[in-house]
Design a protein around this ligand. Sequence first.
Ligand SMILES: Cc1ncc(COP(=O)(O)O)c(C=O)c1O
Length: 395
Amino acid sequence: MFAELPTPPQDPILGLAKLFAQDRADNKVDLGIGVYKDERGEVPILRSVKQAESWLAAHQKSKSYLSSIGNPDFNRLIGELVLGAESDALRRSQTIQTPGGTGALRVAADLLHKLRPHRRIFIPSRTWANHQPLFLAAGLEVVPYPYYDVTRGELQFEAVLAALAEMTREDVLLLHGCCQNPTGADFDSAQWRAIAELLVRTGAVPLVDLAYQGFAVGLREDAAAVALLASRLPELLVASSCSKNFALYRERVGALTVIGAREADAATARAHALIVARTNYSMPPDHGAAIVACILGSDPLRGEWEQELRAMRERIKAMRVQLVANLEAHGARDLQFLAHQRGMFALLGLSAQAVEALRIRHHVYITGSGRINVAGLTPDNVARVAAAIAAVRDG
Ligand SMILES: Cc1ncc(COP(=O)(O)O)c(C=O)c1O
């Protein structure tokens, strides 16, 4: 059986990581994979996480099974983080722990498909590389909507509204809660209100991917779109991730929050989501969620985490500003938009040849789509990276 299998295409980001590992240059820079790095270029373990781990090591009494729901404290605290502790929508919401944000998206997709097999999901035309394959694997029909003009560095909001006007109540709309990956371009508040009105009008159900809460402006501000949608709409799904904001990538911590018109509807939706979980991975891994519950449930640890999160956010913003200043110094004056966009990612609008030249001539690794991870820039490498980008743009 296996002997006849063709070799599948390599995941482009993992392929890039392999090329980076093989590159012997000491000044190589990895702006590919989406992880936050500190000013030394390292992916740190947060101090709050280390403290929570010590506490758990001393106090955890059992490694027995929990259940498909995961850690109930984690679920309650994440529900409050995502919707706001004072939100009316909490009452008609249910949260389950999932293996990362990816697990949340997949449980949501399987659930949506199970409830209606011929369902369409509208996704932005520039989006996280795993969205389309994940939704297709779950059996959904994927409909891309226009989102972003790469050359101008601008959201195409009129085109978004026009494309989404044809949605019906059978459809699902995928939205990035904040820090859109890969463009860094988010809807402003007026645009979010227009999206909410469009959802009310069409009856389509939003699925919000909230993978970067706290990386744009602040914890509450970055979940303002979720709060708005929850206040305007009867039903909503939110896939959230603790990979980036708690730097817990490999621990696989995420959550799916379902909001129904009534408390009982959310409970029924959760029961169906739990069947999806049970028949896939049975139960989510515990350690990362236990850490998050420990941090969010303790005022001092939460305070420390919020400070660490603020430091990550501010560093990303500072690197955006420095990148633009350095690009301008090299004559690239049309990329100012990079300084105002949000989160870890930005699209440089480079050709495939320019991306290759960056890698081969300058040892700067970015994805084939021309996406850079701004969080891979440091005060030490930003000038060199800017010079390399300006050089490959000039040909
Ligand atoms: C937009 C988006 N959604 C979801 C995820 C998945 O995150 P996780 O590692 O928690 O599965 C990512 C990860 O990069 C992402 O960028």
